[in-house]
Design a protein around this ligand. Sequence first.
Ligand SMILES: Cc1ncc(C[n+]2csc(CCOP(=O)(O)OP(=O)(O)O)c2C)c(N)n1
Ligand SMILES: [Mg+2]
Length: 569
Amino acid sequence: MNMHQTAGETVAQTFMQSLYTYGVRHVFANGGTDFAPIIEGILQSQNSGAKLPEFVTVPHENVAVAMAQGYYKVSGEIAGVMVHVNVGTANTIAGLMNAARDNAPFLLAAGRTPVTEGGHAGSRNVAIHWAQENFDQAAIVREHVKWEYELREGQPVDAIVGRALDIAMSEPRGPVYLTLPREVLGNPALPAGATKRDRPLGNMPAAPSVEALEKAADMIATAENPLIIASGAARNHGSFHALGKIAADHAIAVGAGQQQSIATSNPMNLGPANPAMLKAADLIVVLDSAVPWIPRFGEPNPDAKLIHIGHDPMFARYPYRGFEMDLAVAGDPGLAMNMLNEMLAIKLASKKDVVEARRKRILEQRSALDDARRAAVEQGASMSPMTYAWVGHCVNQVKGAKDIVSDELGVGMGHLDMDEPGCFISTSSGALGMGLGQALGAKAAAPDRQVITCVGDGSYMFGVPSAAHFVGQAENLPTMTIIMNNSQWWAVRRATVGMYPEGLASKANSLPIVDLTPSPDYEKITEAFGGYGERVDDPEKLLPALERGYKKLQDGQQVTINAVVRTRA
Ligand SMILES: Cc1ncc(C[n+]2csc(CCOP(=O)(O)OP(=O)(O)O)c2C)c(N)n1
Ligand SMILES: [Mg+2]
């Protein structure tokens, strides 16, 4: 092997071309010395006309992994992320943890520092090449990925890319990790492996057992007050509609959690299941929900029957999870809802009066909820600092029906009307700092839709705003960020007061490791990246400010509204 690579197709080029062949259109990338064959390969491919995914420069890995998740959540398509060896991998970890819990697949590729000290064009030539070698680089991510592998010399990179993407896209979906040593990437390309067959990536989702669903349908048909809890069930748009239909057809109340799983206007949608709803139910279907309720705050009636349905109703990747089950059914939640719906049509045909009496009760509950929602908005109309309800209501006024809201401790879903699936993408899986990047990924997936990011002031800073605004400007991916600025990490305050209700923290205004003061002019950060910003603390001025911002967003400018809010109710 020469000490300098000569022209000719390399493994790096095959790697990138096979990503394209398998349907990957974007790679969110943060480079380093391991990228030499990638960068050279991109230029070579431009000359040869070979098709590659678009490599998007993202100046922080946290933003890159969040972009891949937002991209998938909106398009249903898998994206790539490529980062620099062990250190770039380390910066992806919080995002990877979220992706694993959210079942958001992407291919995370990382270089590996050269392992040879000479003899190859890619051999070590800077001091960090020694420093960046790990005994086991994949150990950094192994707990949070479905599969990981290192490409070895002589192996068919196209087949390995196909396998990685297939595994990521099989249910339950999640991220996968592939390491690419620099020498291997710089090797001459091998003859192509098998060509890609014409089929979707991943396993076709498994249908639940008919026998098990018949049992479930019998249990639901004999229940008086069945309840479906569906926090994450509508990751797929089909299940959104299937859940809405079964609920409406058979008058079944739905407790919709932090994720969008059913249309806001569906009269059976009762918002997040509260302890009273849990207690009133004599049967609960836990539909693809990792945490259907928090036992300390209220549990179902001990006599209630509990049916769990989902791709993996045991949530085997959660170390401890103690929710009881009378029946556990593995399979696609949307398919399950469609099949159950048909079974219930037969089993409930003679019980129309029971179903209609139940519908009446649910509609009353729904109407009380709607009244409470209106009352909270009215109360907030004149309050400064502003309330979450007021900001949510105003965002609802400006947003279009198909706009996407990326929420991270932002306004939440309570005051937003969303009747289309894929309009609300939250990041509620533990690691903060995903909201901004997720919004950018959503915009890349749906350039014709407007994307609004609602984040807490803490979440905004976790999201590496300079890197996110950089991508917004450089890639022409304008989004509107609304910062819920309560000048603190309120969640940390709540945790302290929750554990010590009579403690000193409960009486103090200012708390250590909670306050984010002095609160900076967040709106000005966007301006450095060609954006438009406003700070608003007067509730009357919020709607006009959002309207001005939205107009600029439509004109292609990124926008930040720094909304000064009081702590959550
Ligand atoms: C990466 C990461 N670091 C720390 C935390 C712990 N944490 C949870 S909520 C929170 C505060 C978030 O602040 P903000 O976004 O302003 O929302 P608020 O609580 O004020 O509503 C923190 C620090 C976390 N979840 N993730
Ligand atoms: Mg805050």
